[in-house]
Design a protein around this ligand. Structure first.
Ligand SMILES: Nc1ncnc2c1ncn2[C@@H]1O[C@H](COP(=O)(O)OP(=O)(O)O)[C@@H](O)[C@H]1O
Ligand SMILES: Nc1ccn([C@@H]2O[C@H](COP(=O)(O)O)[C@@H](O)[C@H]2O)c(=O)n1
Length: 232
C-alpha cells in the first residue's frame, strides 16, 4: 500500500492561478498524485432552493465543511481511500456522485482558503500562496464564470463587490502569513519548474528533507543559546 508522504496546500485569491499551478506542477506525476480542490468541500446545500443558494457567501470560511475535509486528509495520510464529493458551480451545490480517491505519494489541496484552517496547515509539508493582482484576477474570473460556470456579467460583478472582495481582504489575503513560499503571477515558469523537481524527487524517494519545518528555527535557537548568533 502506498502511503502519501508529502502534502501541499495552494491558496490564493479567486483567479490567481491556483488550479493552473496545481495542474502544471503535478502533470508528470501520473497516479502518484491526488489533487483535492477545496471547492469540492463546499457544504451540501440541498436543503436550500436555487435562489437561496445563489445568495450564499461562498468566500466565507463557514461555507466549507472543514470536518469532512480534515477527516479525508487524515484518512489519505493513514493509507485509506476516501469518497470525495464533487461540486457543480452552475447549481451552487454538490453533485450526487462522489469519486473514490486512493492514497498517493503527493497530495495537493488547492483553494481560496487552503491555508485558512490551522489543523489542515499542520498536516501540510509545503504551503504555497499564489499572488496575482486583483485587476488581473477579476478579469480572469469574469471570463471563466461567464464561460464555464453559467453566470452573467451583472451577477459576477455584484458577487465580487458584495462578498468576494471583502472576504478576500478579511480571510484570504491574511492567510498568506501561513505560506512557506509566495508564487507571483501564478504559473510563473521558474516557480513551476522548481516545484516540479521537488515533487518528482518526493515521488522517486530522492527528496532531501533538509528544509523540514522548524529545523532552521531550532538551529537558530541552538546558536543563540551558545552565544554564536552574531555577525560573522
Ligand atoms: N499565468 C497565467 N497567465 C495567463 N492566464 C492564466 C495564468 N494563470 C491562470 N490563467 C488563466 O486564468 C484563469 C483562472 O486561473 P485558475 O488557475 O483557474 O485560477 P484559480 O484556480 O486561482 O481561480 C484560467 O482561465 C487560466 O487559464
Ligand atoms: N457556488 C459557488 C461556489 C463558489 N463560488 C466562487 O468560487 C470561488 C472559488 O473558486 P476559484 O476557482 O475562483 O478559486 C470563490 O471566490 C467563490 O466566490 C461561486 O461563485 N459559486
Amino acid at each position: 500500500m502506498c502511503v502519501p508522504s508529502f502534502v501541499i496546500g495552494i491558496a490564493g485569491g479567486t483567479g490567481a492561478g491556483k488550479t493552473t499551478v496545481s495542474r502544471l506542477v503535478t502533470r508528470d506525476l501520473g497516479d502518484s498524485v491526488t489533487r483535492i480542490p477545496l471547492d469540492n468541500y463546499y457544504e451540501d446545500l440541498t436543503h436550500l432552493d436555487f435562489e437561496e443558494r445563489q445568495s450564499v457567501n461562498y468566500d466565507h470560511p463557514s461555507a466549507f465543511e472543514w470536518d469532512l475535509l480534515r477527516g479525508h486528509l487524515e484518512s489519505l495520510l493513514d493509507g485509506q481511500s476516501v469518497e470525495m464529493p464533487q461540486y457543480d458551480f452552475e447549481v451552487h451545490n454538490r453533485k450526487a456522485e462522489r469519486v473514490t480517491v486512493e492514497p498517493t505519494d503527493v497530495i495537493v489541496l488547492e483553494g481560496i482558503l487552503a491555508l485558512y484552517d490551522e489543523e489542515m496547515n499542520e498536516m501540510m509539508d509545503l504551503r504555497l500562496f499564489v499572488e496575482t493582482d486583483a485587476d488581473v484576477r477579476i478579469l480572469r474570473r469574469i471570463r471563466r464564470d461567464v464561460i464555464d460556470r453559467g453566470r452573467d456579467l451583472e451577477g459576477v460583478i455584484d458577487q465580487y463587490l458584495s462578498t468576494v472582495k471583502p472576504m478576500h481582504e478579511q480571510f484570504i489575503e491574511p492567510s498568506k502569513k501561513h505560506a512557506d513560499l509566495i508564487i507571483p503571477e501564478g504559473a510563473n515558469s521558474v516557480a513551476v519548474n522548481l516545484l516540479k523537481e521537488k515533487l518528482r524527487a518526493e515521488v522517486d524517494g530522492d527528496a532531501v528533507r533538509s528544509w523540514e519545518r522548524g529545523s532552521l528555527e531550532a538551529e537558530i535557537d541552538e546558536k543563540r543559546s551558545l552565544g554564536i548568533d552574531g555577525d560573522g
